[in-house]
Design a protein around this ligand. Structure first.
Ligand SMILES: [Zn+2]
Ligand SMILES: [Zn+2]
Length: 104
């Protein structure tokens, strides 16, 4: 469960759709206890302050690849904690765990 924060074009289908889904899930969690999202934010896996802009970038790439999107993200009424994802680490982790990402 994390945001990769690398150029969406570089993500394979699975990781593109996965990151999109996880943003919705993490935003939904903030409407409840928020504990799970906050703990992942502290670990450097999420940037809630960038949920909306990141979500919209992922959606542009999803639509470019022909996926339908009908789940608008509304975060205007939630308190978004600040996080910081290390993109160099993201690239390294994706290379390790996914043969499809970053090939593009
Ligand atoms: Zn969405
Ligand atoms: Zn991948």
């Amino acid at each position: 469960m994390r945001m990769w924060m690398i150029e969406p074009e570089l993500l394979c289908r699975q990781h593109l759709l996965g990151e999109h889904f996880e943003i919705h899930k993490a935003a939904g969690n903030l409407r409840h206890s928020g504990k799970w999202t906050k703990s992942l934010t502290r670990k450097g896996f999420l940037e809630p302050q960038n949920f909306l802009s990141r979500h919209n970038k992922l959606v542009i790439e999803m639509e470019r690849r022909g996926f339908m999107h009908n789940s608008p993200l509304n975060v205007s009424d939630i308190d978004l904690p600040d996080g910081n994802v290390n993109t160099e680490m993201s690239v390294r982790d994706l290379r390790k765990r996914c043969g499809e990402c970053l090939k593009r």
